[in-house]
Design a protein around this ligand. Sequence first.
Ligand code: SF4
Length: 431
Amino acid sequence: MNEYDSNRILDLVKKINYIPTKNLNEACCYILNTCHIREKATEKVYHDIGRVKKAFRKKTKPIVLIVGCVAQAEGDILLKKEKYIDAVIGPQSYHQINDIISKLETKSKPINYTEFEVIDKFDSLNSLKNSNNKISSFLTIQEGCNKFCKFCVVPYTRGAEFSRSITELVLEANQLVENGAREITLLGQNVNAYNNQNNKLSHLIFEISKIKNLKRIRYTTSHPTDFTKDLIEAHQSCEKLMPLIHLPIQSGSNKILKAMNRKHTIKDYLEVINSLIKVKPNIKFSSDFIIGYPGETYDDFKETIKLMKDIKFINSYSFIFSARPGTPAFKLKNIDQKDAKDRLVEFQEIAEKVKIQYRKKLTNKTINVLFENKMRDQNKYFGRDEHFNSVIVESNENLTGKIKNVKILEGNHITLYGEIVTNLNYNSFAA
Ligand code: SF4
């Protein structure tokens, strides 16, 4: 979502003639868009400002803006501790960035803009064409969360759930496709809770799928309790909807899920997974895991391992529990950190094995790849298959924006390497 926000900030500041530079030393305005989901986020802000200070030691200081969730969560502290910062701007206030820059150009005092004005933000962004021109583009459809998992900062930094209207989203999706997008990933902190005037995510997907040159639709990140029947059925009836779902589970233990206030059990989660497999047999899943949540015993952890082995997630993102200030879990007593680290290592080894086994099976299979870009200084193209695996092929033909059948020759845990298939044998498609 920060990538989407950064692109929109770029669209905004272009209106006041600010353009991006790759050379930090020549910037007159430095905008750091931050994420607060992991620990050390604030330290990273200070570290980055240190780099800017060093680069501008003998020059005029640039305007320094801290945007995003760190600004939202710790804005006052940042302004107090680091005088080099000119303004902190929360994720729901960045539409005001041009006014803020104008004020700072005339040397006003440090500014704190961290109000929740999500409707104002999108009202103001809607009048501004989205100029992002990536083959695979992001589109924020929903922000905020009402779930209040005990470890999570999102409800405090992004605010309550808000869903944008179908009309404005179809308009923006059309802009992205006119700019060259062939795949759109619909974004939301709780994307499948999307609901605008009783129009749900499945409705939006069908509306966007009518855009002729759009070939693929994805959405992330979902919550198990918001997987409604209509959304599950959309995976059967909408061909453009890709068969990979990122569905965070966090723990395989019901006791820990309850302690986290996840509002679902393992049984609920498995029901969603099985319903999706029923309508779309080739569907795959990725997930997020928190290892060593306060109160987690080794038996709880074993249940997480079991879940990984049972579902065979093709990708997983696992971290040791990191207490975020301002969340209820911040006050909880941590488990022994050596135990937590050992469990993380054990978990990641198993997750890696599962992933390697899955990827081995792809060798000699033919898969469908949407190519996103030519690789720098090489006759190679980078793309992704339907399950979001990275694929590289050599080609003399310009493949950017095209979907091709690719036979996988080899791969490692990051990238698959293949060749374009011209004579197709449909039976060889990976399942
Ligand atoms: S559902 Fe997701 S975004 Fe919402 S509080 Fe839980 S972890 Fe955070």
